[in-house]
Design a protein around this ligand. Structure first.
Ligand SMILES: [Ca+2]
Ligand SMILES: [Ca+2]
Ligand SMILES: [Ca+2]
Length: 232
């Protein structure tokens, strides 16, 4: 005589498998979006640069600048998960006391054109010989002045120095979490271009963005579950 199927075995049924899979997927999704920055720590605008270890960056070769003190070596970009803030850091090859003038173009609608009114340009002037004093101004893509971000922050290394950090808000750029933008950093020699780093595409997220992604994942899995129930 054959034994009847045991009811409690249905934890291994298709629905049971699906629920376990859905739970794992949610856990993996939350794991994927939350602890990324915890490994590297939060960025603080303080003229100290250990906080940039392990952050996303674009390298640039040595010897390709019009003048050596504006020869860029690395451009860093990141954001802290709990803030509506984007952070940037530039490094040059040769530490020195001479000033470094930078322009960061931001194509906010990612259409390959960075000269529209909705695009942004951030002007950075770093003065190692003033204790690392840094001036940061915000313009729109057509060159109209929007606001002074700082004219007295010690966001750069005191001379002889090679690194400077700065930041802007999501509101400054008029962007939403996960909106893809394009960044291009150049250094200037007066009114002339001296060096440039390769353009990068980036979709910065803030705290709201991380939670939106987790909620969308859960909503999507719930919808799949109920679709399966309807079809069963
Ligand atoms: Ca710092
Ligand atoms: Ca370079
Ligand atoms: Ca644009």
């Amino acid at each position: 005589m054959k034994a009847a199927p045991v009811a409690s075995m249905n934890i291994f049924s298709a629905r049971g498998n699906f629920l376990v899979g859905a739970l794992l997927a949610v856990l993996i999704a939350i794991q994927a979006v939350s602890p990324v920055k915890a490994q590297t720590g939060a960025i603080v605008l303080d003229g100290q640069f250990n906080d940039w270890l392990g952050q996303p960056s674009v390298p640039d070769v040595q010897g390709d600048a019009q003048i050596s003190h504006s020869d860029l070596s690395t451009f860093y970009f990141t954001n802290n998960p709990d803030q509506d803030y984007l952070y940037f850091m530039a490094e040059r090859w040769d530490p020195g006391s001479q000033g470094l003038e930078l322009s960061l173009s931001i194509d906010t609608n990612n259409n390959g054109v960075n000269s529209e009114a909705g695009d942004r340009l951030i002007s950075v002037a770093y003065h190692p010989n003033q204790g690392g004093r840094t001036y940061v101004d915000l313009y729109d893509g057509q060159g109209s002045f929007l606001r002074q971000i700082t004219d007295k922050a010690n966001w750069g290394e005191p001379g002889p120095g090679s690194r400077v950090e700065w930041g802007v808000t999501f509101t400054d750029l008029g962007i939403a979490p996960y909106q893809t933008i394009r960044l291009q950093l150049v250094s200037n020699n007066g009114t002339q271009l001296s060096d440039g780093v390769a353009e990068v595409q980036w979709s910065p997220a803030n705290a709201l963005g991380y939670w939106l992604l987790a909620l969308l994942t859960i909503a999507g899995l719930s919808w799949l579950y109920f679709q399966r129930r309807v079809m069963a």
